[in-house]
Write a protein that binds this ligand. Structure first.
Ligand code: ADP
Length: 459
Protein backbone atom coordinates (compact mmCIF):
# COMPACT_ATOMS: atom_id res chain seq x y z
CA UNK A 1 0.00 0.00 0.00
CA UNK A 2 1.40 3.36 -1.04
CA UNK A 3 1.25 5.89 1.76
CA UNK A 4 -0.81 9.03 1.33
CA UNK A 5 2.43 10.99 1.67
CA UNK A 6 4.07 9.20 -1.27
CA UNK A 7 0.91 9.50 -3.38
CA UNK A 8 0.69 13.22 -2.69
CA UNK A 9 4.36 13.79 -3.60
CA UNK A 10 4.05 11.72 -6.80
CA UNK A 11 0.84 13.46 -7.86
CA UNK A 12 2.24 16.96 -7.22
CA UNK A 13 5.51 16.26 -9.06
CA UNK A 14 3.56 14.67 -11.95
CA UNK A 15 1.40 17.80 -12.13
CA UNK A 16 4.58 19.90 -12.25
CA UNK A 17 6.03 17.77 -15.09
CA UNK A 18 2.79 17.71 -17.09
CA UNK A 19 2.26 21.47 -16.70
CA UNK A 20 5.95 22.04 -17.61
CA UNK A 21 5.58 20.00 -20.83
CA UNK A 22 2.25 21.64 -21.67
CA UNK A 23 3.56 25.17 -21.18
CA UNK A 24 6.64 24.25 -23.30
CA UNK A 25 4.37 23.02 -26.13
CA UNK A 26 2.16 26.10 -25.89
CA UNK A 27 5.11 28.51 -25.92
CA UNK A 28 6.50 26.58 -28.92
CA UNK A 29 3.21 27.03 -30.76
CA UNK A 30 3.32 30.73 -29.88
CA UNK A 31 6.89 30.95 -31.21
CA UNK A 32 5.97 29.20 -34.46
CA UNK A 33 2.86 31.28 -35.10
CA UNK A 34 3.76 34.71 -33.77
CA UNK A 35 7.43 35.13 -32.92
CA UNK A 36 9.06 33.32 -35.83
CA UNK A 37 7.59 35.57 -38.58
CA UNK A 38 8.33 38.62 -36.43
CA UNK A 39 11.93 37.50 -35.90
CA UNK A 40 12.30 36.79 -39.62
CA UNK A 41 10.99 40.23 -40.54
CA UNK A 42 13.20 41.98 -38.01
CA UNK A 43 16.34 40.29 -39.32
CA UNK A 44 15.30 40.85 -42.94
CA UNK A 45 15.12 44.59 -42.20
CA UNK A 46 18.58 44.52 -40.59
CA UNK A 47 20.06 42.62 -43.58
CA UNK A 48 18.41 45.02 -46.04
CA UNK A 49 19.74 48.02 -44.06
CA UNK A 50 23.26 46.61 -44.31
CA UNK A 51 22.82 45.95 -48.06
CA UNK A 52 21.46 49.48 -48.64
CA UNK A 53 24.26 51.07 -46.64
CA UNK A 54 26.93 49.11 -48.51
CA UNK A 55 25.26 49.86 -51.88
CA UNK A 56 25.04 53.58 -51.16
CA UNK A 57 28.60 53.89 -49.83
CA UNK A 58 30.97 52.42 -52.40
CA UNK A 59 33.96 53.78 -50.48
CA UNK A 60 33.21 51.62 -47.50
CA UNK A 61 35.63 48.79 -46.90
CA UNK A 62 33.16 45.92 -47.21
CA UNK A 63 35.30 43.40 -45.37
CA UNK A 64 36.03 45.73 -42.46
CA UNK A 65 32.39 46.79 -42.26
CA UNK A 66 31.07 43.23 -42.16
CA UNK A 67 33.86 42.28 -39.77
CA UNK A 68 32.70 44.93 -37.31
CA UNK A 69 29.05 43.84 -37.66
CA UNK A 70 30.18 40.27 -36.97
CA UNK A 71 31.95 41.48 -33.84
CA UNK A 72 28.83 43.31 -32.65
CA UNK A 73 26.86 40.05 -32.57
CA UNK A 74 26.02 38.57 -35.98
CA UNK A 75 27.03 35.50 -38.01
CA UNK A 76 27.54 36.61 -41.62
CA UNK A 77 28.30 34.81 -44.83
CA UNK A 78 29.20 36.67 -48.03
CA UNK A 79 29.50 35.03 -51.44
CA UNK A 80 29.84 36.39 -54.99
CA UNK A 81 28.77 34.73 -58.30
CA UNK A 82 32.33 33.41 -58.74
CA UNK A 83 31.97 31.35 -55.61
CA UNK A 84 34.38 33.51 -53.60
CA UNK A 85 33.06 33.56 -50.07
CA UNK A 86 33.89 34.67 -46.57
CA UNK A 87 32.45 34.22 -43.06
CA UNK A 88 32.32 37.03 -40.52
CA UNK A 89 31.66 36.85 -36.79
CA UNK A 90 31.84 33.54 -34.93
CA UNK A 91 31.45 30.47 -37.17
CA UNK A 92 28.18 28.66 -38.02
CA UNK A 93 27.74 25.22 -36.49
CA UNK A 94 26.48 23.95 -39.84
CA UNK A 95 27.68 25.68 -43.00
CA UNK A 96 25.68 23.79 -45.62
CA UNK A 97 23.59 25.86 -47.98
CA UNK A 98 22.29 24.83 -51.39
CA UNK A 99 23.74 26.43 -54.53
CA UNK A 100 20.19 27.04 -55.68
CA UNK A 101 19.53 29.28 -52.64
CA UNK A 102 22.75 31.23 -53.25
CA UNK A 103 21.81 31.58 -56.92
CA UNK A 104 18.33 32.89 -56.07
CA UNK A 105 19.71 35.51 -53.68
CA UNK A 106 22.37 36.58 -56.21
CA UNK A 107 19.48 37.03 -58.64
CA UNK A 108 17.83 39.51 -56.29
CA UNK A 109 15.52 37.36 -54.19
CA UNK A 110 15.36 37.46 -50.41
CA UNK A 111 15.98 34.16 -48.62
CA UNK A 112 13.74 33.66 -45.56
CA UNK A 113 15.66 30.77 -44.01
CA UNK A 114 14.57 31.71 -40.51
CA UNK A 115 10.88 31.62 -41.36
CA UNK A 116 11.08 28.26 -43.07
CA UNK A 117 13.67 26.72 -40.81
CA UNK A 118 12.43 23.22 -40.05
CA UNK A 119 8.77 23.84 -39.02
CA UNK A 120 8.75 20.82 -36.74
CA UNK A 121 11.50 22.07 -34.49
CA UNK A 122 10.61 23.38 -31.11
CA UNK A 123 11.30 26.86 -29.86
CA UNK A 124 14.93 25.72 -29.76
CA UNK A 125 15.01 26.41 -33.56
CA UNK A 126 15.49 30.00 -32.50
CA UNK A 127 18.94 29.06 -31.23
CA UNK A 128 19.98 26.80 -34.18
CA UNK A 129 23.22 28.32 -35.41
CA UNK A 130 23.00 26.99 -39.01
CA UNK A 131 23.51 28.68 -42.34
CA UNK A 132 20.08 27.51 -43.51
CA UNK A 133 18.58 29.37 -40.47
CA UNK A 134 19.54 32.81 -41.86
CA UNK A 135 18.19 35.70 -43.89
CA UNK A 136 19.76 36.06 -47.30
CA UNK A 137 19.73 39.41 -49.17
CA UNK A 138 21.35 40.52 -52.45
CA UNK A 139 24.07 43.14 -52.02
CA UNK A 140 25.94 45.23 -54.58
CA UNK A 141 29.23 46.86 -53.73
CA UNK A 142 31.29 48.69 -56.33
CA UNK A 143 29.20 47.00 -59.05
CA UNK A 144 30.05 43.58 -57.72
CA UNK A 145 27.05 41.41 -56.84
CA UNK A 146 27.04 39.45 -53.61
CA UNK A 147 24.68 37.35 -51.59
CA UNK A 148 24.77 38.17 -47.86
CA UNK A 149 23.41 35.67 -45.33
CA UNK A 150 22.93 36.82 -41.75
CA UNK A 151 21.60 35.70 -38.37
CA UNK A 152 22.07 37.11 -34.86
CA UNK A 153 24.80 35.57 -32.74
CA UNK A 154 22.55 34.33 -29.91
CA UNK A 155 25.56 32.94 -28.05
CA UNK A 156 27.13 36.36 -27.89
CA UNK A 157 23.99 38.43 -27.37
CA UNK A 158 22.04 36.29 -24.94
CA UNK A 159 24.57 33.90 -23.45
CA UNK A 160 24.41 35.36 -19.91
CA UNK A 161 20.62 35.59 -20.08
CA UNK A 162 20.41 32.01 -21.28
CA UNK A 163 22.56 30.83 -18.42
CA UNK A 164 20.62 32.96 -15.99
CA UNK A 165 17.31 31.52 -17.14
CA UNK A 166 18.70 27.98 -17.13
CA UNK A 167 19.88 28.37 -13.52
CA UNK A 168 16.61 30.02 -12.55
CA UNK A 169 14.67 27.12 -14.03
CA UNK A 170 16.90 24.57 -12.36
CA UNK A 171 16.59 26.28 -8.96
CA UNK A 172 12.83 26.66 -9.40
CA UNK A 173 12.46 22.93 -10.16
CA UNK A 174 14.74 21.85 -7.31
CA UNK A 175 13.15 24.21 -4.81
CA UNK A 176 9.65 23.16 -5.88
CA UNK A 177 10.50 19.49 -5.36
CA UNK A 178 12.00 20.19 -1.92
CA UNK A 179 9.00 22.36 -0.96
CA UNK A 180 6.54 19.73 -2.16
CA UNK A 181 8.31 17.03 -0.12
CA UNK A 182 8.41 19.20 3.02
CA UNK A 183 4.94 20.74 2.73
CA UNK A 184 3.38 17.36 2.05
CA UNK A 185 4.99 16.04 5.22
CA UNK A 186 3.51 19.01 7.09
CA UNK A 187 0.07 18.38 5.58
CA UNK A 188 0.04 14.64 6.10
CA UNK A 189 1.53 14.60 9.62
CA UNK A 190 -1.78 15.17 11.47
CA UNK A 191 -3.42 12.39 9.46
CA UNK A 192 -0.62 10.01 10.43
CA UNK A 193 -1.06 11.05 14.06
CA UNK A 194 -4.83 10.61 13.81
CA UNK A 195 -4.45 7.14 12.31
CA UNK A 196 -2.15 6.16 15.17
CA UNK A 197 -4.61 7.58 17.71
CA UNK A 198 -7.52 5.71 16.07
CA UNK A 199 -5.58 2.44 16.33
CA UNK A 200 -4.89 3.11 20.01
CA UNK A 201 -8.58 3.84 20.56
CA UNK A 202 -9.69 0.69 18.72
CA UNK A 203 -7.54 -1.29 21.18
CA UNK A 204 -9.76 0.04 23.95
CA UNK A 205 -7.20 2.55 25.23
CA UNK A 206 -8.65 6.00 25.84
CA UNK A 207 -5.34 7.57 26.77
CA UNK A 208 -5.01 9.33 23.42
CA UNK A 209 -3.08 12.59 22.99
CA UNK A 210 -2.87 14.66 19.83
CA UNK A 211 -0.62 17.73 19.93
CA UNK A 212 -2.19 19.31 16.87
CA UNK A 213 -2.42 23.08 17.16
CA UNK A 214 -3.63 23.80 13.66
CA UNK A 215 -6.64 25.97 12.94
CA UNK A 216 -7.62 24.41 9.62
CA UNK A 217 -9.97 21.52 8.78
CA UNK A 218 -7.44 18.96 10.03
CA UNK A 219 -7.10 20.80 13.32
CA UNK A 220 -10.89 20.80 13.62
CA UNK A 221 -11.02 17.09 12.79
CA UNK A 222 -8.42 16.34 15.48
CA UNK A 223 -10.34 18.39 18.04
CA UNK A 224 -13.58 16.57 17.17
CA UNK A 225 -11.72 13.28 17.45
CA UNK A 226 -10.47 14.19 20.93
CA UNK A 227 -13.99 15.26 21.96
CA UNK A 228 -15.31 11.95 20.66
CA UNK A 229 -12.66 10.04 22.65
CA UNK A 230 -13.67 11.93 25.80
CA UNK A 231 -17.34 11.10 25.24
CA UNK A 232 -16.56 7.46 24.50
CA UNK A 233 -14.52 7.25 27.69
CA UNK A 234 -17.36 8.77 29.69
CA UNK A 235 -19.87 6.38 28.11
CA UNK A 236 -17.57 3.47 28.87
CA UNK A 237 -17.22 4.61 32.50
CA UNK A 238 -21.00 5.02 32.80
CA UNK A 239 -21.49 1.55 31.29
CA UNK A 240 -19.04 -0.04 33.73
CA UNK A 241 -20.56 1.79 36.70
CA UNK A 242 -24.05 0.85 35.55
CA UNK A 243 -23.17 -2.85 35.27
CA UNK A 244 -21.51 -2.85 38.68
CA UNK A 245 -24.50 -1.04 40.23
CA UNK A 246 -27.00 -3.42 38.63
CA UNK A 247 -24.96 -6.45 39.71
CA UNK A 248 -24.71 -5.13 43.25
CA UNK A 249 -28.40 -4.22 43.48
CA UNK A 250 -29.42 -7.66 42.23
CA UNK A 251 -26.81 -9.54 44.22
CA UNK A 252 -27.67 -8.13 47.66
CA UNK A 253 -31.42 -9.01 47.68
CA UNK A 254 -30.57 -12.41 46.22
CA UNK A 255 -28.11 -13.20 49.00
CA UNK A 256 -30.65 -11.96 51.58
CA UNK A 257 -33.31 -14.24 50.07
CA UNK A 258 -30.87 -17.14 50.10
CA UNK A 259 -29.89 -16.47 53.73
CA UNK A 260 -33.45 -16.21 55.01
CA UNK A 261 -34.61 -19.24 53.00
CA UNK A 262 -31.86 -21.27 54.72
CA UNK A 263 -33.01 -19.98 58.07
CA UNK A 264 -36.59 -21.02 57.26
CA UNK A 265 -35.41 -24.61 56.86
CA UNK A 266 -34.89 -24.70 60.64
CA UNK A 267 -37.89 -26.61 62.00
CA UNK A 268 -37.48 -25.26 65.50
CA UNK A 269 -38.43 -21.72 64.37
CA UNK A 270 -41.43 -20.11 66.01
CA UNK A 271 -44.37 -18.97 63.88
CA UNK A 272 -43.54 -15.28 64.52
CA UNK A 273 -39.94 -15.80 63.42
CA UNK A 274 -41.10 -17.64 60.31
CA UNK A 275 -43.52 -14.81 59.45
CA UNK A 276 -40.80 -12.24 60.01
CA UNK A 277 -38.38 -14.05 57.65
CA UNK A 278 -41.07 -14.57 55.01
CA UNK A 279 -41.91 -10.88 55.15
CA UNK A 280 -38.21 -10.00 54.69
CA UNK A 281 -38.00 -12.39 51.72
CA UNK A 282 -41.15 -10.81 50.24
CA UNK A 283 -39.66 -7.36 50.70
CA UNK A 284 -36.49 -8.39 48.87
CA UNK A 285 -38.51 -9.94 46.04
CA UNK A 286 -40.50 -6.72 45.84
CA UNK A 287 -37.24 -4.75 45.64
CA UNK A 288 -35.95 -7.01 42.85
CA UNK A 289 -39.20 -6.70 40.96
CA UNK A 290 -39.18 -2.87 41.27
CA UNK A 291 -35.55 -2.78 40.14
CA UNK A 292 -36.12 -4.94 37.05
CA UNK A 293 -39.28 -3.02 36.18
CA UNK A 294 -37.41 0.28 36.41
CA UNK A 295 -34.46 -1.08 34.42
CA UNK A 296 -36.78 -2.31 31.67
CA UNK A 297 -38.53 1.04 31.54
CA UNK A 298 -35.20 2.91 31.41
CA UNK A 299 -33.96 0.61 28.63
CA UNK A 300 -37.08 1.22 26.53
CA UNK A 301 -36.91 4.98 27.21
CA UNK A 302 -33.29 4.94 26.04
CA UNK A 303 -34.03 3.03 22.89
CA UNK A 304 -36.37 5.39 21.08
CA UNK A 305 -39.20 7.86 21.10
CA UNK A 306 -41.71 5.35 19.67
CA UNK A 307 -42.61 4.31 23.18
CA UNK A 308 -44.26 7.73 23.71
CA UNK A 309 -47.97 7.57 22.84
CA UNK A 310 -49.16 11.13 23.12
CA UNK A 311 -52.75 12.29 23.51
CA UNK A 312 -54.57 15.27 24.99
CA UNK A 313 -55.69 14.66 28.59
CA UNK A 314 -56.56 16.53 31.77
CA UNK A 315 -53.44 16.82 33.88
CA UNK A 316 -55.28 18.10 36.97
CA UNK A 317 -57.55 15.02 36.98
CA UNK A 318 -54.57 12.69 36.65
CA UNK A 319 -52.78 14.36 39.56
CA UNK A 320 -55.91 14.24 41.74
CA UNK A 321 -56.27 10.49 41.07
CA UNK A 322 -52.65 9.96 42.06
CA UNK A 323 -53.08 11.99 45.26
CA UNK A 324 -56.15 9.95 46.12
CA UNK A 325 -54.25 6.69 45.82
CA UNK A 326 -51.56 7.96 48.23
CA UNK A 327 -53.93 9.64 50.68
CA UNK A 328 -53.92 6.69 53.09
CA UNK A 329 -50.09 6.53 53.21
CA UNK A 330 -49.80 10.29 53.74
CA UNK A 331 -52.41 10.11 56.52
CA UNK A 332 -50.65 7.13 58.08
CA UNK A 333 -47.38 9.09 58.26
CA UNK A 334 -49.15 12.08 59.78
CA UNK A 335 -48.27 14.35 56.85
CA UNK A 336 -50.28 17.13 55.27
CA UNK A 337 -50.91 17.35 51.53
CA UNK A 338 -52.21 20.46 49.89
CA UNK A 339 -52.76 21.10 46.21
CA UNK A 340 -53.78 23.77 43.77
CA UNK A 341 -54.71 22.12 40.50
CA UNK A 342 -56.50 24.34 38.03
CA UNK A 343 -58.10 22.54 35.05
CA UNK A 344 -55.24 21.94 32.59
CA UNK A 345 -55.13 20.08 29.33
CA UNK A 346 -51.83 18.72 28.17
CA UNK A 347 -50.57 16.79 25.12
CA UNK A 348 -48.41 13.91 26.35
CA UNK A 349 -48.21 10.23 27.21
CA UNK A 350 -50.58 9.76 30.21
CA UNK A 351 -49.03 6.55 31.53
CA UNK A 352 -45.42 7.80 31.29
CA UNK A 353 -46.33 11.13 32.89
CA UNK A 354 -48.21 9.25 35.62
CA UNK A 355 -44.90 7.51 36.40
CA UNK A 356 -43.26 10.97 36.70
CA UNK A 357 -45.79 12.29 39.27
CA UNK A 358 -45.76 8.93 41.08
CA UNK A 359 -41.96 9.07 41.48
CA UNK A 360 -41.95 12.69 42.61
CA UNK A 361 -44.78 12.17 45.10
CA UNK A 362 -43.31 8.97 46.60
CA UNK A 363 -39.96 10.76 46.97
CA UNK A 364 -41.70 13.72 48.64
CA UNK A 365 -43.24 11.21 51.10
CA UNK A 366 -40.07 9.12 51.54
CA UNK A 367 -37.65 11.98 52.07
CA UNK A 368 -40.00 14.11 54.18
CA UNK A 369 -39.86 14.67 57.94
CA UNK A 370 -42.37 13.33 60.41
CA UNK A 371 -45.50 15.47 60.16
CA UNK A 372 -44.06 17.30 57.20
CA UNK A 373 -46.15 18.68 54.42
CA UNK A 374 -46.36 18.31 50.63
CA UNK A 375 -47.74 20.78 48.10
CA UNK A 376 -48.59 20.03 44.49
CA UNK A 377 -49.28 22.97 42.21
CA UNK A 378 -49.99 23.54 38.55
CA UNK A 379 -48.77 26.88 37.17
CA UNK A 380 -49.93 27.87 33.70
CA UNK A 381 -47.56 29.76 31.42
CA UNK A 382 -47.99 30.98 27.86
CA UNK A 383 -46.97 27.83 26.03
CA UNK A 384 -45.93 25.60 28.90
CA UNK A 385 -47.23 24.33 32.17
CA UNK A 386 -45.19 23.91 35.37
CA UNK A 387 -45.92 21.18 37.89
CA UNK A 388 -44.33 21.85 41.28
CA UNK A 389 -43.97 19.12 43.90
CA UNK A 390 -42.83 20.75 47.11
CA UNK A 391 -41.93 19.03 50.35
CA UNK A 392 -40.65 20.12 53.74
CA UNK A 393 -38.27 17.16 53.96
CA UNK A 394 -34.57 16.56 54.42
CA UNK A 395 -33.62 18.65 51.36
CA UNK A 396 -30.46 18.34 49.33
CA UNK A 397 -27.01 19.91 49.37
CA UNK A 398 -25.96 21.75 46.23
CA UNK A 399 -23.60 18.94 45.16
CA UNK A 400 -26.20 16.25 45.69
CA UNK A 401 -28.88 18.27 43.90
CA UNK A 402 -26.69 18.18 40.81
CA UNK A 403 -26.33 14.41 40.85
CA UNK A 404 -29.71 13.03 41.86
CA UNK A 405 -30.80 12.58 38.23
CA UNK A 406 -27.84 10.24 37.55
CA UNK A 407 -28.66 6.57 37.36
CA UNK A 408 -28.29 4.70 40.68
CA UNK A 409 -27.29 7.87 42.51
CA UNK A 410 -28.58 7.95 46.07
CA UNK A 411 -27.62 10.52 48.67
CA UNK A 412 -25.57 8.63 51.17
CA UNK A 413 -26.56 9.86 54.64
CA UNK A 414 -27.50 7.86 57.71
CA UNK A 415 -31.09 9.04 57.17
CA UNK A 416 -31.37 8.08 53.50
CA UNK A 417 -29.64 4.73 54.03
CA UNK A 418 -32.66 3.59 56.04
CA UNK A 419 -35.04 4.48 53.18
CA UNK A 420 -35.79 1.90 50.50
CA UNK A 421 -34.85 2.92 46.99
CA UNK A 422 -32.98 2.03 43.83
CA UNK A 423 -31.65 5.43 42.73
CA UNK A 424 -33.37 4.97 39.36
CA UNK A 425 -36.65 6.84 39.93
CA UNK A 426 -35.42 10.35 39.15
CA UNK A 427 -33.40 9.22 36.11
CA UNK A 428 -36.64 7.72 34.76
CA UNK A 429 -38.39 11.03 35.48
CA UNK A 430 -35.61 12.93 33.67
CA UNK A 431 -35.80 10.60 30.61
CA UNK A 432 -39.61 10.92 30.34
CA UNK A 433 -39.49 14.73 30.67
CA UNK A 434 -36.80 14.82 27.99
CA UNK A 435 -38.91 12.67 25.65
CA UNK A 436 -41.70 15.25 26.14
CA UNK A 437 -39.24 18.06 25.29
CA UNK A 438 -39.72 19.48 28.76
CA UNK A 439 -37.45 20.68 31.53
CA UNK A 440 -36.79 19.24 34.98
CA UNK A 441 -35.10 21.08 37.85
CA UNK A 442 -34.89 21.05 41.59
CA UNK A 443 -34.68 23.86 44.11
CA UNK A 444 -33.64 22.64 47.50
CA UNK A 445 -32.18 23.63 50.87
CA UNK A 446 -30.69 21.08 53.17
CA UNK A 447 -33.02 20.25 56.08
CA UNK A 448 -35.58 22.72 54.70
CA UNK A 449 -37.17 20.80 51.87
CA UNK A 450 -37.14 20.49 48.10
CA UNK A 451 -39.26 21.62 45.19
CA UNK A 452 -39.15 19.56 42.00
CA UNK A 453 -40.33 21.55 38.99
CA UNK A 454 -41.41 19.89 35.76
CA UNK A 455 -42.05 22.26 32.88
CA UNK A 456 -43.86 20.74 29.89
CA UNK A 457 -45.07 22.16 26.61
CA UNK A 458 -48.87 22.06 26.52
CA UNK A 459 -48.99 21.08 22.85
P1 ADP B 1 -34.65 6.38 45.07
O1 ADP B 1 -35.65 7.27 45.71
O2 ADP B 1 -35.19 5.09 44.61
O3 ADP B 1 -33.42 6.26 45.88
P2 ADP B 1 -34.54 8.43 43.07
O4 ADP B 1 -33.86 8.44 41.76
O5 ADP B 1 -35.98 8.68 43.07
O6 ADP B 1 -34.15 7.08 43.75
O7 ADP B 1 -33.83 9.53 43.93
C1 ADP B 1 -32.44 9.63 43.97
C2 ADP B 1 -31.97 10.23 45.26
O8 ADP B 1 -32.34 11.63 45.31
C3 ADP B 1 -32.64 9.62 46.46
O9 ADP B 1 -31.93 8.48 46.88
C4 ADP B 1 -32.55 10.75 47.48
O10 ADP B 1 -31.30 10.72 48.11
C5 ADP B 1 -32.66 12.01 46.63
N1 ADP B 1 -34.01 12.56 46.65
C6 ADP B 1 -34.99 12.30 45.75
N2 ADP B 1 -36.12 12.98 46.05
C7 ADP B 1 -35.83 13.72 47.14
C8 ADP B 1 -36.57 14.65 47.97
N3 ADP B 1 -37.83 14.94 47.67
N4 ADP B 1 -35.94 15.21 49.00
C9 ADP B 1 -34.68 14.90 49.30
N5 ADP B 1 -33.91 14.04 48.59
C10 ADP B 1 -34.48 13.45 47.53
Amino acid sequence: MKSLYLKFVIITISIMIVSGITSFLLSNAYYQVKLKPYNDQKNTNIALDIATFVGENPNTNLNAYLESIGNIGYHLYLINPNGQNKFFGSPFRDETLSDETIEQVLNGQIFHGMLHFSEGTFVTGFFANELTNTIGVPLTHNEQKYALFLRPDIELLFNEMRKLFAWMLLFAILLSIIMVVLSTKYLIKPITKLTKATKTLSNGEFDVTLDIKRHDELGELSQSFLDMVKKLEQTEDIRKEFISNVSHDIQSPLSNIKGYTNLLADETLSTEEKEKYISIINGEIQRLSTLTRQLLLLASLDRNEDIVKKEVFRLDIQLKELIKSYQWLIGEKGMMLGYSLSPTEIYGDPSLLYAVWDNLLTNAIKYNCAHGSIDITIEQKEKTVCILVKDTGIGLSETNAKRIFDRFYRVDTSRTRTIEGTGLGLSIVASIVKLHHGDLRVESDENQGSTFIVELPTQ
